[in-house]
Ligand binder design. Structure first.
Ligand code: BES
Ligand code: ZN
Ligand code: ZN
Length: 470
């Protein structure tokens, strides 16, 4: 980001002032604009553009009630996104009353506003970079860099989720992570099909069998504390396109199933950001990636497959594929690395969307401490989670006569819960496992695009949680 720091207001340059509700500094605004009156009281996301006598712009941004500070990131993102065409000169941003976290959030929002979706347009709009001047009476370079780092990692995963499925194959995700690892100082190892076969990743291979784009298991390792245990493992569902397989989905809105790797993207963004911020936490990220395609080679409803854990699975529905790739990812990382905590993220079920709509991720865990921590962080940053139960009585819904377990209850009820119960069977009785079903929050409608697009959900939630472990 191109920026300058200064400690006092320059009336020769455009300025952005932000205020909480009913805390608007009317004297300052009257001094700047000469206006006797203006209608602005700092409601959340309220924007007003005024002018000084010499024709410079004075933008006002409402931050809402003080306890809505969690929405500061999106208020800044929306402001800059809405006003890009007016931000072509230098813009001073008054951060003089902001604490460290508020500066980070504001910078994250401004950075997120510059995300460009039209990467495949033949005629690209040439949008000049905004030249920011940040006003503060203290040194805030570190907070600015952190906010930009957060925003850039989020934008990187938004680009992955929004990318078309003919581009983002499992191999493409693996190359993306390999490049990110090199750039940001963490390790990446990719297991290709032959290795997956040798090592027994039967569930991941079954899901990917119908696609010429072969599956990959991508392992990210960031371990600054040499010789110490893995503090946390993150596992992401990386289905680059979910046609449903032979249990094929209806065609309406099928194009949106390119976003079925939102869990993988959150894991990729979080590990990248932890490495950029050099947090003193040992982290492993696993992406289990495949394309769920329709083909003569596709796995079938009725098949029995053998997972990495050794457990056999009867396939009832090939559209319940996310839990299969996660099963192999979870048991692989738990058996081989014995991490202290495990969080998996997946756009796993339509059921969670019917339950919580677009408001929160469904959270399932056997560890109440982790649950409370994520709930608190989620509320603070507006990436909410809502806990749902893992009752034992759902176990019988996954009973198979032929195999150890089946992948779908075949009942139209409690789909997010039975999916989580399925995953639980592959956690090797780990006592600190938490599953987030992010199908409703990872990708959806917003003012930033005409069709559905990636929200970037999960990166800040995971990294703020990981910060509490350092
Ligand atoms: N990827 C889908 C879930 C999904 C649907 C995410 C829509 C985002 C938007 C998942 O693989 C799936 O198909 N789930 C089925 C499971 C069922 C067949 C057991 C579902 O939830 O309907
Ligand atoms: Zn599916
Ligand atoms: Zn899926």
């Amino acid at each position: 980001m191109n920026y300058k720091l200064s400690n006092s207001l320059d009336t020769e340059v455009d300025i952005l002032l932000s205020f909480n509700k009913d805390e608007v500094d009317t004297v300052m605004i009257k001094d700047l604009t000469g206006l006797p009156d203006f209608q602005f009281n700092g409601e959340l996301d309220e924007n007003l553009m005024l002018f000084t006598d010499s024709g410079n712009k004075v933008f006002l941004l409402g931050l809402g009630e003080k306890n809505e500070k969690c929405k500061l990131r999106s208020a800044f993102q929306k402001f800059a996104f809405r006003h890009f065409k007016y931000l072509q000169k230098d813009l001073q941003v008054d951060l003089r009353n902001f604490g460290d976290d508020q500066i980070i959030d504001a910078l994250t929002g401004l950075t997120m506003a510059s995300y460009q979706m039209g990467v495949f347009k033949t005629e690209k709009k040439d949008i000049p970079e905004v030249k920011y001047h940040f006003l503060s009476e203290r040194s805030i370079d570190d907070q600015i860099s952190e906010g930009v780092a957060v925003g850039e990692s989020i934008n990187n995963i938004r680009a992955l989720i929004d990318a078309p499925p003919n581009q983002k194959t499992p191999e493409f995700l693996a190359s993306h992570v390999t490049a990110s690892a090199k750039k940001h100082g963490y390790k990446c190892e990719v297991k290709e099909k032959a290795t997956l076969e040798d090592e027994g990743f039967g569930a991941l291979l079954a899901v990917g069998a119908g696609s010429k784009n072969e599956p990959r298991l991508i392992k990210m390792t960031y371990t600054p504390k040499e010789g110490a245990d893995i503090d946390i493992a993150l596992v992401g569902k990386g289905i680059t396109f979910d046609s449903g397989g032979l249990s094929i989905k209806p065609s309406q809105n099928l194009h949106y199933l390119k976003s079925d790797m939102g869990g993988a993207a959150a894991v990729i963004g979080a590990v990248e950001l932890v490495a950029k911020l050099k947090l003193k936490v040992n982290v492993i990220g696993i992406v289990a990636s495949a394309e769920n395609a329709v083909d003569a080679e596709s796995f079938r409803p009725g098949d029995v497959i053998k997972s990495y854990s050794g457990k056999t699975i009867e396939i009832i529905d090939t559209d319940a594929e996310g839990r299969l790739v996660l099963a192999d990812g979870l048991s692989y990382v738990i058996k081989n690395y014995k991490p202290k905590r495990v969080i998996d993220l997946a756009t796993l079920t339509g059921s969670v969307v019917r339950t919580l709509a677009y408001s929160a991720a469904g959270m399932f865990t056997n560890n109440e401490e982790m649950a409370n921590s994520l709930k608190q962080i989620g509320e603070n940053i507006d990436e909410k989670v809502w806990q749902l139960p893992l009752y034992k009585e759902f176990e019988s819904d996954l009973h198979s006569d032929l195999a150890d377990i089946r992948n779908f209850s075949n009942k139209p009820i409690a789909g997010a819960i039975t999916a989580a119960k399925f995953l639980e069977a592959f956690t090797e009785d780990h006592d600190s496992w938490l599953h987030l079903d992010i199908a409703g929050v990872s990708f959806g409608d917003s003012e930033f695009s005409k069709m559905k697009s990636a929200s970037g959900y999960g990166v800040r939630l995971l990294v703020q949680y990981i910060k509490t472990l350092s």
